[in-house]
Design a protein around this ligand. Sequence first.
Ligand SMILES: NC(=O)c1ccc[n+]([C@@H]2O[C@H](COP(=O)([O-])OP(=O)(O)OC[C@H]3O[C@@H](n4cnc5c(N)ncnc54)[C@H](OP(=O)(O)O)[C@@H]3O)[C@@H](O)[C@H]2O)c1
Length: 336
Amino acid sequence: MKALRLHAVGGPDDLRLDTVDVPSLAENDVLVRLRAAALNHRDVFITRGLYPKIALPVTLGSDGAGNVAALGRDQRGNFAVGDEVVIDPMLDWGDDPSVWDDSHSSILGMPRDGTFAEYVAVPATAVYAKPKPLSMEEAAAIPLAGLTAYRALFTRGKVQPGETVLIPGVGGGVQTFVLLFAKRAGARAIVTSGSDGKLERARGLGADLTLNYSSTPDWQRAMRSERVDLVVDSSGGETLRKALDVVRPGGRVVVYGGTAGEATIKLFPLFWKHVSVLGTSMGSPDDFAAMLELFGDGLRPVIDRAFALEDGTAAFARLDAGEQFGKIILRCSETP
Ligand SMILES: NC(=O)c1ccc[n+]([C@@H]2O[C@H](COP(=O)([O-])OP(=O)(O)OC[C@H]3O[C@@H](n4cnc5c(N)ncnc54)[C@H](OP(=O)(O)O)[C@@H]3O)[C@@H](O)[C@H]2O)c1
């Protein structure tokens, strides 16, 4: 089969389209013939060596959707060959719904070979029925980013109808899901982006107030009159500091990343306003199942562009340059 594999950690140019054996199956595995996969910033970080314990060569890719192609010995009867499925990239979350067991859990697509290939072998516990209304490309767009957004907004952030949510850097893969889910939950959404084009797209998805953090570096001043109940952030850096300025007394700030670097936060607004700062990463199996349900009745992910597997390095370049709005897709195989 064809697989987009990383051979060194010098960046996306170290990816090669190799011909390798179709993965063999353990007793509890399912072999999925992938129709589509999607990129996450994690994939770019790994190509640069910015991840612990990188083992090479490896097939990257955490997100995928496709058809069941074969079943491990203990899984016969649970799925049928041909079933349309989507994969939960959070492997072995553990028994505690409040936090993953990070001594055992892992994310599909390093160290375990991932979805930028024609086939992937995954534990059956990670395989879910594809939401029927979604195309294979749409289903492939949602796993890692949708799961992270779901847990950040609902499980950790506990968003309520009528609340105002601040979503910095709305163009990112995860943040577009936060916007979609916040609107679905009946919240008001304030978003920032470095691009006016992305802000226009966000307005099309229901963003109520949009601010450009590049042309208005003091965007937090421009929203002083707003009452922000919840911030969901992956930028870190100055953005997190500003979020503490704008969140209301008693509000919540949920953090799942630090794209713009480490943050030095101001302590006074944190304690004076009784702000809750909540960390989160990926999500539990319950979060994944609940997230998929949101796509059962008309909600659709935002897809930026689809590339052939052969053009994987061009897809990485687009993500690396931050040109995307929503998810970048790789087409893995044309037929089930
Ligand atoms: N902990 C977890 O489980 C988890 C899961 C997924 C992702 N993450 C992390 O979350 C981050 C985003 O991941 P992703 O896959 O969604 O990445 P992505 O699609 O590449 O998005 C990155 C986004 O960050 C925004 N950004 C960059 N600099 C910014 C700044 N100074 N202020 C505000 N926003 C800024 C940009 O928004 P605009 O283009 O709109 O300006 C960009 O779209 C990464 O750091 C990733 O590692 C963590």
